[in-house]
Design a binder for this molecule. Structure first.
Ligand code: NAD
Length: 315
């Protein structure tokens, strides 16, 4: 398969790049190495592949038509996995226009190019955040008209443009609503990455709210399995949840981190954060039916692997 992975130097993207190259694919990555977190970390994520003749890197911004055209140049793509985005709920509160430009306009640029260049299968990384404060478990049939952060609104906006392009142009597409992902190379501002760093160093870790908020944490290898299944499945247009389907509270997460590290956490209580949802929980019935998706890595095992990686990569 010949695949374009946008945001392929990031956390999830670089795991997908590893997998697709190992499977014998030709892989093009477009990534702008912005400083949302250390660009050096992103470069390290893909460094092992730079000499691989099946790997091509375009350093550029998906908002820029010329950069996107370069990513399509000289090849017939079979598929696009669109992961490039400004991620994270909290940082979106102070930069809503940037989030809109990258996550919505950037997606439109790619959709336009995809339609012009043979309509390769399109897989969008959407997010569980589109469900807002809805009832759990979240099902793809639930109403999603009440986003509670700019990030969530832009992810829903991107889904809607994918749907419209499918309707007008027949682009085969899957929007994956991904639930909080963790594992080696996790974005450093995400809770598990911050907690693990803090506990390893004996520093206080901030806990927002009373510890009862819950998240459906999903190990990165499981998410990659789901993305790969979406690349293979002969679907025309679907929105599908990808989650661990086993939510745990913040307090339980801290206990699991203590168990995985063998250290005691020093907890610093903070008020609830605006934009955060109280709970996420994926119904994965549709993913199981259409993608044969089954999350395989339970949290304690996923945390053990993440701690092992972190200890091997301590700065
Ligand atoms: P990440 O920040 O590690 O990866 C995103 C990559 O996209 C980065 O390498 C970044 O440099 C690149 N990028 C950002 N803006 C760009 C632009 N304008 N042009 C080109 N490249 C650009 O984030 P991640 O955690 O790997 O998330 C990947 C995708 O999955 C995102 O779309 C995110 O919204 C979605 N997602 C992530 C999670 C999660 O828990 N990590 C959950 C749900 C959805």
């Amino acid at each position: 398969m010949n695949v374009l992975i946008t945001g392929g130097a990031g956390f999830i993207g670089s795991h997908l790049v590893d997998r697709r190259l190992a499977a014998g694919d030709r892989v093009t990555v477009i990534d702008d190495f912005n400083d949302f977190y250390s660009p050096a970390r992103k470069r390290a994520n893909i460094a092992p592949h730079l000499e691989n003749p099946c790997f091509r890197l375009i350093e550029g911004d998906i908002r820029d038509e010329t950069s996107v055209a370069r990513a399509f140049e000289g090849q017939d793509l079979d598929a696009i996995v669109h992961l490039a985005a400004r991620a994270g709920v909290r940082p979106s509160l102070s930069a809503p226009v940037l989030y809109e430009e990258v996550n919505v306009i950037g997606t439109l640029r790619l959709l336009e190019a995809a339609v012009r260049r043979g309509k390769p299968r399109f897989v969008l990384a959407s997010s569980s955040s589109v469900y807002g404060c809805g009832r759990v478990p979240f099902s793809e049939e639930d109403p999603v008209g009440r986003p509670i952060s700019p990030y969530a609104a832009t992810k829903r906006g991107a889904e809607l443009h994918v749907a419209a392009t499918h309707h007008l142009e027949g682009l085969a597409a899957v929007c994956l609503r991904i639930f909080t992902v963790y594992g080696p190379r996790q974005r450093p501002e995400m809770a598990i990455a911050r907690f693990l760093r803090g506990v390893e160093k004996g520093e206080p870790i901030p806990i927002y709210g009373d510890g009862s908020s819950s998240r459906d944490y999903t190990y990165v290898d499981d998410v990659i399995d789901g993305i790969e299944a979406a690349l293979r499945a002969p679907l025309q247009f679907e929105i599908i949840n990808l989650g661990g389907a086993h939510p745990i509270s913040l307090s339980e997460l801290v206990a699991a981190i203590e168990a995985a590290t063998g250290r005691t956490a020093v907890v610093e209580r903070k008020p609830d954060q605006p934009g955060d949802v109280p709970a996420t929980y994926a119904s994965v019935e549709k993913a199981s039916r259409l993608l044969s998706f089954r999350p395989r890595v339970p949290l304690p095992e996923g945390l053990r692997r993440t701690v092992a990686w972190l200890r091997g990569h301590a700065a």
